[in-house]
Write a protein that binds this ligand. Structure first.
Ligand code: NAD
Ligand code: ZN
Length: 232
């Protein structure tokens, strides 16, 4: 049976109340990306960066998964073959919605990483600058998120899934951040049927075979229902 690979972005969590990159008034709008989401920004002003992620961690802990997260979890449990969810999101709403084995290519807000030795542990609600690493005691704790200029996680595993996908869907992602923006081409090269599900058509839309435009909480359950009906 057919393997489905799904890439999600900030748009799938928007209706849960987490702002996307470009949302006006959102956390991201109040800061420059270079200041809060690059290794150079962290080196320059670690307090600002920790504060930014502390605020996002608090916000993410307060919100609930929405109908789109839940529909993908349902697809995973009812589809007769593998359904792989790859997310660029650092929240845990897929998991809260019941999804399993979610691949977090940009890390997670609830994780801490030691910049010195690579040790990982569960992040406290508030991380402080200079906090010692539990493994090597260096004061080099940072959020376990992938910043611009850093290598996304699990790329080998993701490419292997893309090369064996029959269906590839990109949901709530603007397709402007590489390498995720190129996944559609990888999947197409492997012969997958590709679909974009987004609030508005994106620049990368021409690369997709199919498109569903609208709010994720409406379009994703529709798409999942359609797939599960086809299966029967
Ligand atoms: P993006 O902000 O660049 O794009 C979001 C896309 O979602 C846009 O194309 C927008 O039209 C669409 N969208 C907005 N509301 C929607 C809705 N209700 N239904 C369907 N689509 C909707 O986000 P991106 O492509 O994920 O790339 C941004 C980067 O920012 C990622 O690296 C990610 O790690 C990070 N980020 C993560 C979160 C999170 O974890 N929740 C939030 C903001 C940014
Ligand atoms: Zn360490």
């Amino acid at each position: 049976m057919e393997k489905i690979v799904i890439l999600t972005g900030a748009g799938i969590s928007a209706e849960s109340g987490l702002s996307t990159f470009r949302d006006e008034g959102g956390l991201w709008a109040q800061h420059r990306i270079e200041d809060v989401a690059t290794p150079e920004g962290f080196a320059r002003d670690p307090d600002l960066v920790q504060d930014f992620y502390n605020a996002r961690r608090v916000q993410a802990a307060q919100v609930q998964p929405n109908a789109a997260h839940q529909a993908l979890a349902r697809l995973q449990s009812e589809w007769p073959s593998e359904v792989v969810i790859v997310t660029q999101n650092v929240d845990s709403l897929h998991e809260a919605g019941g999804a399993e084995n979610v691949i977090h290519m940009h890390g997670r807000l609830d994780g801490a990483l030691c910049a010195a030795c690579g040790h990982r542990w569960a992040a406290p609600p508030e991380m402080a600058v200079g906090e010692p690493c539990p493994a090597c005691a260096e004061p080099t704790a940072r959020p376990d998120v992938v910043w611009f200029g850093e290598m996304p996680y699990h790329m080998e595993e993701i490419y292997s899934h893309l090369s064996s996908a029959s269906v590839f869907a990109a949901i709530g992602t603007s397709g402007q951040v590489y390498p995720a923006a190129a996944f559609v081409h990888e999947a197409q090269a492997a012969g997958a049927h590709t679909i974009e599900i987004n609030l508005e058509p994106t620049m990368g839309t021409s690369g997709f075979d199919d498109r569903l435009v609208g709010k994720a909480t409406e379009t994703v359950p529709q798409w999942v229902n359609r797939l599960l009906q086809q299966k029967d």
